[in-house]
Design a binder for this molecule. Sequence first.
Ligand code: ATR
Length: 290
Amino acid sequence: MKIDGKTRTCGLIGNPVEHTLSPVIHNNLAQMSGTNLVYVPFLVQEGGLAEAVKGAYQLNILGMNVTVPYKSDVIPYLKEIDALAENIGAVNTLVRCEGGYKGYNTDMSGLFRAMQTEGIHIKDENVLLLGAGGAARAVAYLCASAGAKKIIVCNRTVEKAQEIVREMKIQMEETDIVALALSDVGTLAEESFLAVQCTSVGLYPNVEDVVLADGEIYDRIHTGVDLIYRPYETQFMKLVKAHGGKTMNGLKMLLYQGIIAYELWNQCDVTEEQAEPLLQKMKEEMGIYE
Ligand code: ATR
């Protein structure tokens, strides 16, 4: 990689940032397309977000990704915000604009594009959403936008699921969305589900844990998407597979959120042919060889 006076800088702001795979995505994309751009992680300490965003602008930084814990906190420091990101209430990508940055949410468009490449569709599906945190809320919004037949928000704490349902009914009143306690999942009448696992249960190192205990419900999950990618195959995915379902983990979502951010920064289109080797490099970085 040649760095000179014309090199543009992009980066990731978050805390922690040490384990990020995003540099693999962006630096390889830049190299593959001959773009003079470098992507680096920036650790931002608690209380330093406003100055970090201001400083990035003054340093002529082209764009940034935003990760935990700043995806919502960054919103007041933006010059503009994309409508989807505003509705979701979370921003993971900043794109330089006149006087500051415009915020986008490419996590959800990334998940959608990743699912498409796997032949997993949301339209007309009964979506069983597991969890009711920030990730589940965003996925609920994606599913409603993408024409799901019905969305069932299923959470240990049912009140949090009810809160998502209430918000969604205000934003997208046509949506058929209901809340359910995780313990009542057996009462569901639908015969077939696309399930999206949006909790932190099963995340490394607690790889044996699963939010939805093994049972009859798995016979009705034709596809199980887990937003987790460490481990590469979660216990939830193992159970879906064991009951004959198809699975996808969160690594392609991570890849495509990065690709969409890269496209926004560089005003270009990244092809499937370019995406494929990037996924391989991300897997290698994780120590997965298959
Ligand atoms: P994020 O914003 O990343 O989605 P979060 O807001 O911390 O994360 O939400 C975590 C989700 O995982 C919640 O749905 C949480 O359920 P509760 O609302 O009942 O707390 C779910 N979760 C975490 N640990 C869980 C466990 N052991 N069993 C069931 N659900 C769990």
